[in-house]
Structure formats: C-alpha cells, structure tokens
Design a protein around this ligand. Structure first.
Ligand code: ADP
Length: 363
C-alpha cells in the first residue's frame, strides 16, 4: 500500500509530529519529526498498524478515546497518548486530530506534541504538594504535642498549687505559701504562652470564625479598662481613660477586640517603668473608630516599627530582654484586626513612649 502523496517539506520538518491513519488503524503517512521523536525510520512506521507505535496504555487510550472521538465528532483536541520508542520507552504526547475524507476513505490526520515539560511540571507540583502535606502533618503533630503534652501537666501543676494555697490538707508556713504562689504564677504565665502559640498556629490553619457584630464603643472601652486595670494594679502602673465615656458604635468580634486590647495594654504595662501611666483613648472619625493604647515607656526604634508585627520578633533591648514574651502578641493582634476589616498602627519615640492604635470600621 503506497503512501498516498509525498509529504510537503514544510510538514515533513514541522516542529511537531504528524501521522495520517486510515480507519483500519494503518499509518499511511508520518513526518520526519515524528520518526525522530520515536527513534524509528519512517519505513518502520508507514504501512504499519498504529498499535506498533503505542505503549500498552496508549493502545487503550487510542481505542477507547481518540479513535471514537475522530469517528463521531471528526475532531479531537489535546488527547493524551503515550507512544513507544524503539527502545520500548514510553513517550508521552498530546494529540490534536481531524478526520478528512480522501479518495481511499476517511483519514485521521494527527498533530503530535511531546509533553515532557508538562510531565516535569506536574511531577514538581506533585512533589511540592507532598512537601506541603508533610509540613501540615508535622504542624498538626506539633500542635497536638503543645496542646496535650504541655498543657495537660501544666494544668495539673496549676491545680495542685491552687489546692495547696487553699490549705485544706494543712496550713502552709509563710515561706511555703510564697513558694507555692510563685509556682502558681509561673504556671499561669506558661499557660498564657502556650495559648499564644496555639492561637497563632490556629489562625494560620483553621481560624476560629470571627463573629462580627455591631458593638457600643462605650461597652468595648469599659471592658478593656476593667480587664487591664487588674494587670496595671498588679504591676504598679496607673491606668487612665480619656475621654471618660465614649459614644458611637463599631463592627467587630467582641472576643477578638478584647484579646487585641489586652495584648496592647499588657505591652504598654510591660515596657514602661513602675508608676508610669497607661492611657486608653477612643475616637470616631468618618468611617473609622480608633482605640489608642499610649504608654510613656521605652519606645521602639524607627527601623523596628514594622518588624515588631512579625511573629517571634522582639526588639533587642534590655527592656525586651527582661520583659517576658514570645513575640507573638502583635502578630496575632494585627491578623485579628485585619480580618475584622481594620488594622493596628504604631507611633513611637525612643525613650519617650509608644502609641498603638486599633482601627475598626464604624458600626
Ligand atoms: P512580646 O510582648 O511577647 O514580646 P509582641 O508581639 O506583643 O510580643 O511584641 C513584640 C515586641 O515589640 C516586644 O518584644 C517589644 O520589643 C516591642 N513592643 C511591643 N509593644 C511595645 C511597647 N508598648 N513599648 C515598647 N516596645 C514594645
């Protein structure tokens, strides 16, 4: 069975392979590009059955997919078809085909493009996905260790310290009471660090869904003042609110707002000297409600103002070194503020103090 017509030189040397197959599956023409792709002379391709060029999977795809498409729809696009080369290796290609009526019956003309590159990209994507899945699994393991292995014994230590302080099983001497109180303080502090880590990890995994409500600014300020007054009192700092009462409404999740203000307020207390004053302010302007936490403490160097919002970043100073913390509070707070449609900004002068402002949408 001779080849139907000599191949046009442009088609013969085209940048993609070309095959013409009749309805019995016999290859009636193949170009040089295709012959080179599968490493066989054209004489071993033309007049042979298409099956001899296909890998076992390719034969299945050809019979169940490509051939029926060309038969029924007279065209096929981007059909995956693994070929087989002279060394019996699989060569993945994509095929576009059209059916053409010729004197000797219908011919299927196929354009063949190797997809080595696509396969490499796919393998890279699959590898990247596996790495990400492993990292996620490692994070889950880490979180379960933190939450169970650390939190549980800490809870027990805290509980027993509280029991001892109640003196149900005998009275403590003053010295003993002091030691037990220190144990209790240490466990409370450690527990708050663990909560911060879980919170931060949680936010970057499955975040607790925020419940956005319209809130009275006055209620928000009053709660924050009550919460912070306890801390300020413990650390001998004064807490003041200006103006004394606030009007207006805002939108946000009440728990998240209190968490942010507690973080900002605790920092203000932590990074200012004893007897210093921490000032809580609030104002509504246009569409934005601003709640300020101002201190007269150490201040923050200009070049660190952006960095302190990054997780685990603490300013390298003697104040930060003596103040306890992991450097997660601001990262958590800013994430929360932004997910409520707001933000946190900071102004600070070294040696004079800082002003952190929580901005939230008006309600
Ligand atoms: P932490 O307080 O646990 O260190 P934060 O994320 O809350 O973590 O704060 C990060 C760092 O930003 C602090 O370690 C401190 O160096 C600096 N910082 C935050 N608030 C203040 C403040 N009011 N005054 C001075 N420095 C502050």
């Amino acid at each position: 069975m001779p080849r139907l017509a000599p191949l046009d030189p442009i088609l013969d040397g085209a940048a993609c392979g070309y095959l013409s197959i009749d309805e019995t599956g016999t290859v009636r023409a193949a170009n040089t590009t295709l012959a080179e792709l599968i490493g066989r002379p054209r004489a071993q391709i033309e007049q042979h059955h298409i099956d001899t060029l296909l890998s076992p999977a390719g034969r299945i795809f050809y019979t169940t997919h490509l051939f029926p498409l060309l038969r029924l729809h007279r065209r096929a696009e981007e059909v995956y078809l693994p070929l087989r080369n002279a060394s019996d290796e699989e060569i993945p290609v994509l095929v576009n085909g059209v059916a053409r009526a010729a004197d000797e019956g219908t011919l299927h003309d196929l354009i063949v493009v190797p997809v080595r590159q696509r396969n490499e990209l796919e393998s890279e994507l699959i590898a990247a996905r596996e790495v990400a899945q492993q990292a996620a699994a490692a994070k889950d393991r880490f979180l379960s260790i933190v939450s169970h292995e650390l939190r549980t014994p800490l809870g027990a230590a805290r509980g027993y310290a509280e029991l001892l302080l109640r003196e149900r099983n005998g009275t403590l001497t003053d010295g003993q009471r002091q030691y037990v109180q220190r144990i209790l303080n240490a466990t409370v502090y450690q527990a708050s660090l663990i909560e911060d880590i879980l919170d931060y990890a949680g936010q970057h995994g499955q975040r607790r869904t925020l419940e956005i409500e319209t809130l009275e600014l006055e209620d928000v300020m009053e709660r924050a003042e009550t919460l912070l007054a306890v801390r300020a009192g413990e650390e001998q700092r004064a807490l003041r609110r200006e103006p004394r009462s606030a009007s207006g409404t805002l939108r946000g999740d009440p728990r998240a707002i209190q968490q942010i203000l507690l973080n900002l307020g605790t920092n203000a207390i932590k990074f200012s000297p004893p007897d210093a004053e921490v000032l809580l302010t609030s104002d509504v302007s246009g569409e934005v409600v601003r709640i300020g936490v101002r201190d007269t403490g150490t201040g923050i160097p200009d070049d660190q103002l952006d960095r302190i919002f990054e997780p685990f970043v603490r300013v390298d100073s003697s104040a930060a070194a003596s103040a306890k913390g992991l450097g997660l509070g601001l990262a958590i707070s800013r994430d929360l503020a932004r997910s409520m449609g707001g933000d946190i900004t900071v102004e600070s002068t070294l040696g004079e103090g800082s002003l952190f402002t929580l901005e939230l949408p008006v309600g």
